[in-house]
Design a protein around this ligand. Structure first.
Ligand code: 5GP
Ligand code: ZN
Length: 142
């Protein structure tokens, strides 16, 4: 055992219901699913989150996420599927090994959650957005 649950799954030290595997990524069923078919795709190598993952494994995780999503759509025929990816405790990350959730939706519950969240959105204006955009653009330079 290591101190990372998902490294243990990638190394086959912990059992998981693996559904797809490639050289850099692994997909398996979440052990406490939000809905039927709730799956996780991880990089086989350990990266804490989106901030430190390298581009090659990142792209592979999303390639596998598409393959798994198409399969889930075919097998379970959900109303829709969300991809979710949490970074940091305050964003809901509990396992600090990069992963993407694939969550099939079978009812309108999540639409209600989105409607409630929409009520709490900020009203802003162009000059605030412009100032933020300027900071973000300059952070990405060089
Ligand atoms: P997070 O909250 O970090 O975005 O999501 C972590 C997810 O991993 C949770 O949905 C949780 O149920 C799942 N999970 C945590 N430990 C294990 C495990 O040992 N096996 C499996 N299959 N899923 C796990
Ligand atoms: Zn790990």
């Amino acid at each position: 055992m290591t101190d990372c649950q998902f490294c243990d799954i990638a190394n086959r030290r912990t059992k998981a219901q693996i559904i797809y595997e490639s050289d850099l990524a692994l997909a398996f069923l979440d052990h406490r699913p939000v809905s039927k078919g709730h799956s996780l795709v991880i990089s086989k190598a350990h990266f804490d989150n989106l901030y430190d993952i390298e581009f090659k494994p990142l792209l592979e995780v999303f390639r596998v996420a598409k393959i798994v999503s198409v399969a889930l759509n075919k097998v379970f025929n959900p109303y829709g599927i969300n991809l979710m990816q949490n970074n940091g405790m305050h964003a809901g990350q509990t396992v600090f090994h990069f992963h993407v959730h694939i969550i099939p939706r079978y009812d309108s519950e999540y639409v209600k959650v989105l409607e409630e969240a929409a009520m709490k959105r900020f009203v802003t204006n162009d000059s605030f957005l412009e100032a933020d955009a300027r900071k973000i653009r300059s952070a990405m330079k060089g």
